[in-house]
Design a protein around this ligand. Structure first.
Ligand code: ADP
Ligand code: MG
Length: 559
């Protein structure tokens, strides 16, 4: 047997990084702006603990296009690098200076918001650039350095005359990536990935209206001034404490998050946990609507205020995927496959935490203002009913706030419903019979009959109702659900003696025979109904069981 060391040659690795490191070339900008942010946050930390004796000031990051020179500049006022540090951090592929920093300043820096950790981000620049330059001046009293590399393993490193602190990265955009010299493209990327990053990012300038002078003449024309265009909001709502935010702040943030969405959210849930994992965020229950924009607006996942993805599958419990908002967690392993995600213990904990928070919030909304909760029921019921079916942890809590509306807009909790029907809606075996309609219009005559008899009739019209009913019946042995137009209804113990049909017994049975000839026996039954003259003297019903089988077949899956 022999052992040895695999020889990784940089010559081989570069093209690999270029091609496969990230499938999405556009993320180079996210990586470089993240590094600029890290450099600034590190300086902030070092000045705060007194290790860097310089004025932190109010630094920002600038992104600049030089279209003629085919160059893209990313400039920061962070801690900079000495020539030695460039050797150490840049020339060593896969050595992360961010990780080293966090390791060194462990306790004090753990909440600093530093982003990097794989030590590969910088090299993503070569996905779009044929040559990259770094001009950098450290906060330490050392000369500036100038590093140049064309993507081959050779680089040059020389002194530079930069005098102000910070780093400028210059990308010489490759011929196949010229789109990254377009203003709209860069703006699109900055808005997508950096909209909520913690250091202000300047991209170009914009016109801003000057305030109207007090003595302005009648025909005053608004005057404008040219100001820096800051593309991000460095302190988005989710980074603040709930006590510092008003309802209006939450709504404003929703608009900021989804500028194309004009519907207001119903309510929000502020997430904030730091043990056993870190997670912050705000989730919104939207008004259910079928418009396309609504479906495009998804929950966004951030890591330290850097946008990562809006595919939160596996992290947010499935039944909450229809919600809107943001989740920010440094503890979600993002560069791994989705199937791995599902097996990751932290991710499962996060998903459970979100379920619990959502249930708690629903419960408190219900307790604080039941009227308002009932008004919102129609918009939230699908999510909640689906949650009851798919998430046992949610189902356990659902009894506290899930509602069962009647056709007359009364709303019962399950416990209240049981109480309301105990007196007169039982079958021969004493089981409670819950009558429900799935459509007020088409089933109105059956609903009227049932109400006539003094029964409560629920209105359950979600597409997943048959699954939900099955689950409720499983867990409440003393209860059975029957749709108003099914054949079991006459087996209820009735409150009063029923009114008698105006037809004679003989006439009725003749009619029944005729009808039975017309109706397919396998799926429907004809029954005589004692009722008042305003209604038909008989009903054609479908057995509950037959219909449910059919419906469950249509919606697929079991409960
Ligand atoms: P990571 O960010 O994961 O540490 P990167 O490949 O993105 O890895 O960057 C490597 C290192 O280079 C950083 O950790 C940092 O030490 C240094 N670096 C990159 N960009 C800058 C910058 N703008 N200012 C100062 N240092 C930087
Ligand atoms: Mg990085």
């Amino acid at each position: 047997m022999s052992t040895g060391k695999i020889n990784v040659s940089v010559e081989n690795i570069f093209p690999l990084i270029k091609k496969f490191l990230y499938s999405d070339h556009e993320i180079f900008l996210r990586e470089l702006v993240s590094n600029a942010t890290d450099a600034t946050l590190k300086l902030k930390h070092l000045t705060s603990i007194g290790e860097a004796k310089v004025d932190y000031g109010s630094p920002r990051i600038e992104v600049k296009i030089d279209k003629e020179g085919k160059k893209l500049h990313i400039i920061d006022q962070g801690l900079g690098m000495t020539a030695d540090e460039v050797e150490k951090y840049i020339n060593q592929v896969a050595f992360s200076g961010a990780e080293e920093f966090l390791e060194k300043y462990k306790d004090s820096a753990k909440d600093s918001g530093i982003i990097g950790h794989f030590g590969l981000g910088f090299y993503s620049a070569f996905m779009v650039a044929s040559k990259v330059e770094i001009i950098t001046k450290s906060y330490k009293d050392e000369p500036a350095a100038h590093w140049t590399c064309d993507g081959s393993p050779e680089f040059t490193l020389e002194a530079a005359d930069k005098t102000d602190r910070g780093t400028e990265i210059i990308l010489h955009i490759a011929e196949d990536s010229l789109e990254f010299l377009e203003e709209f493209k860069i703006r699109e990327l900055l808005t997508k990935y950096n909209k909520f990053m913690p250091i202000p990012i300047k991209f170009g300038t914009k016109q801003q209206a000057l305030p109207k002078p007090e003595d302005a003449p009648e025909d005053y024309k608004t005057e404008y001034e040219e100001v820096d265009n800051i593309i991000n909001n460095p302190t988005p709502a989710w980074t603040k404490q709930p006590v510092d935010l008003t309802d209006e702040d939450y709504k404003n943030f929703y608009r900021e998050l989804y500028p194309m969405q004009f519907e207001e959210p119903l309510f929000n849930i502020h997430l904030n946990v730091d043990y056993p994992f870190n997670l912050t965020g705000i989730l919104y229950f939207p008004k259910m609507s079928s418009d396309m924009q609504m479906q495009k607006d998804k929950i966004q996942l951030y890591q330290n205020q850097v946008f990562v993805t809006d595919n939160v599958e596996g992290i947010v419990p499935e039944f909450l995927v229809m919600l809107k908002g943001v989740i920010d967690s440094p503890d979600i392993p993002l560069n791994v496959s989705r199937s791995y995600l599902q097996a990751d213990g932290n991710v499962k904990k996060i998903s459970n935490y979100i379920t619990r928070k959502v249930a708690d919030k629903l419960k408190s909304l219900f307790n604080e203002n039941r009227d308002d909760f009932e008004k919102k029921w129609n918009d939230i019921k699908i999510v909640l009913e689906y949650g009851m079916l798919s998430e046992p942890k949610f189902y356990e809590k659902a009894g506290d706030f899930v509602l069962y509306p009647t056709v007359d807009d009364k709303y019962y909790t399950l416990a209240e419903l049981k109480e309301a029907i105990t007196a007169n809606q039982t079958d021969k075996n004493g089981k409670l019979v819950v009558l429900y309609a799935s459509n007020k219009e088409t089933q109105h005559s059956y609903i009227d009959i049932a109400k006539e008899k003094g029964y409560e009739v629920l209105l359950l019209d979600s597409p997943i109702v048959s699954h939900l009913i099955q689950k409720l019946e499983q867990d409440n042995e003393n209860m059975t659900f029957t749709r108003v137009d099914s054949d079991h209804i006459d087996k209820l113990i009735q409150k009063e003696d029923a009114q008698i049909s105006k037809l004679s017994e003989d006439e009725s049975s003749k009619l029944k025979t005729v009808l039975e000839e017309l109706v397919p026996k396998a799926t429907y039954t004809v029954q005589l109904e004692p009722m008042d003259s305003a209604m038909a003297p008989f009903m054609i019903t479908q057995p509950e069981f037959m219909r449910r089988m059919k419906e469950m077949g249509q919606t697929g899956g079991g409960g």
